[in-house]
Design a protein around this ligand. Structure first.
Ligand code: MN
Length: 425
């Protein structure tokens, strides 16, 4: 059982929380909300109620923890993320105290409550951070193995570096968007099968990548690595992440420097950042790493998290079909190792940076994290509930990623990362 008071599964809120809600008082995620009344700012959520953190701060509810309420009167959470981990935790605890059953401070003040709380259906969630730098890792052994089998050599599916380095690349942050943002099918160069020169046009092979991302807080100075055992102090929390990919563009362009335009036409995140602290109760051990990793990557204790992940495809005017069921716990490389590796050469990180996990595939074919793997390069089309089949994503299909952790009847959820693929322009 967790020692963090705000994580106690017995806690109840005086705000109504629907049964099976992903946002009980034990979650307290952080996001940026457009409250629908002209105000945009930092928010948290309990049940279906969105709470205005700037309003709480102005009333002095964070005094002694955050004395400048303007930290929450911003269109991004970057200033809050720049605060110390102790501050993040203390803010979360204050919110927990204020909304815990029996606390009447706000409960009895209907005028104040109107200012502080808004129903979730009146709120539009924004991108929670101004994403500074963005890295995408390749840390699922099942995914890397599947891709290696398909594109290289089944006998040597993993490249020689894979078990030694959390492989990754620097991506582009400008096209990271919040759930609900729709993305046009990109145009680009591809090499048709058997052809000797490329053609230009809409990508024919649009795919999702089931990922999570972690978002960092205060960073390190240039030249000073973050030791692996201190890495979690710099991680604020996690979101769901759909790293949309154009496989045909990717195949032609990626040699020798890696993905480029096939990966930066839109990547979709869930709007609420679930704190690492809220995920404490869901820690699990990761897969055994063999051979042993170099000392700067060695971690102790439980560094993975048991987070259920699902992907759904919804055709235009159709119903959702679940096409994948995976779990974050399958990750071979954990977030501490990723961040230690990112900074081991002295590379500095900043508040609001984002780090994608890489596609999270599980061990069974129904747990693969991309259409590339689920339909095995188009050889095993995926059947949807309406009888139609998909090898990749069609125009006007909506892709939805959902994720949650559950224990002791407490469900800590991320909500969803949703996007519709619109026809090419
Ligand atoms: Mn990816």
């Amino acid at each position: 059982m967790s020692k963090i008071k705000a994580n106690n599964p017995k806690l109840k809120s005086w705000i109504e929380v629907p049964k099976d809600s992903e946002f009980p008082i034990q979650n307290i995620p952080f996001g940026i909300a457009d409250f629908g009344n002209g105000q945009v700012g930092a928010a948290t959520r309990i049940g279906d109620t969105v709470i205005n953190l700037y309003a709480l701060a102005q009333l002095g509810h964070f005094s002694g923890v955050i004395n400048d309420p303007h930290v929450f009167n911003e269109t991004t959470l970057n200033r809050f993320l720049a605060c110390d981990k102790k501050v993040w935790s203390a803010v979360r605890q204050r919110i927990s105290d204020l909304f815990e059953e029996g606390n009447t401070t706000l409960f009895n003040d209907s005028v104040m409550l109107k200012i502080i709380t808004t129903s979730v259906d009146k709120v539009t969630m924004q991108l929670p951070v101004a994403v500074g730098d963005y890295t995408d890792f390749y840390s699922s052994i099942e995914h890397a193995t599947n891709v290696g089998i398909m594109f290289r050599d089944p006998a040597n599916a993993l490249l020689p570096n894979w078990r030694h380095i959390p492989v990754g690349y620097h991506g582009r942050s400008s096209s990271i968007v919040v759930s609900g943002t729709n993305i046009h099918r990109p145009n680009g160069q591809t090499l048709p099968k058997g052809a000797s020169s490329p053609v230009f046009g809409p990508s024919k092979l649009i795919d999702f990548e089931l990922e999570t991302a972690f978002i960092t807080g205060s960073g390190n100075k240039l030249g000073e690595p973050i030791p692996v055992e201190k890495a979690e102090d710099h991680i604020f929390g996690m979101v769901l992440f759909n790293d949309l990919s154009a496989r045909d563009i990717q195949k032609w362009e990626y040699v020798p420097l890696g993905p480029f335009l096939s990966k930066n036409f839109g990547s979709v995140i869930s709007p609420w950042i679930v704190t690492l602290e809220a995920l404490e109760p869901f820690r699990v051990s990761g897969p055994k790493q063999e051979p042993a990793v170099l000392p700067y990557l060695q971690t102790t204790g439980k560094r993975n998290f048991d987070i259920n992940l699902e992907v759904f495809i919804k055709p235009e005017n159709g119903e959702e079909t679940r096409v994948s069921r995976s779990n974050f716990k399958y990750m071979y490389w954990n977030m501490s190792q990723q961040l230690a590796h990112q900074t081991v050469n002295g590379c500095n990180i900043k508040p609001g940076d984002m780090y994608g996990s890489g596609t999270i595939s599980g061990p069974t074919p129904d747990s693969y994290g991309s259409m590339l793997e689920l339909a095995w390069q188009g050889t095993k089309p995926v059947k949807l509930n309406d009888g139609s089949e998909r090898k990749f994503i069609n125009d006007n299909d909506t892709v939805i990623i959902r994720g949650w952790a559950e224990k002791n009847n407490t469900r800590i959820g991320f909500g969803e990362a949703r996007t519709t693929i619109l026809p090419a322009k």
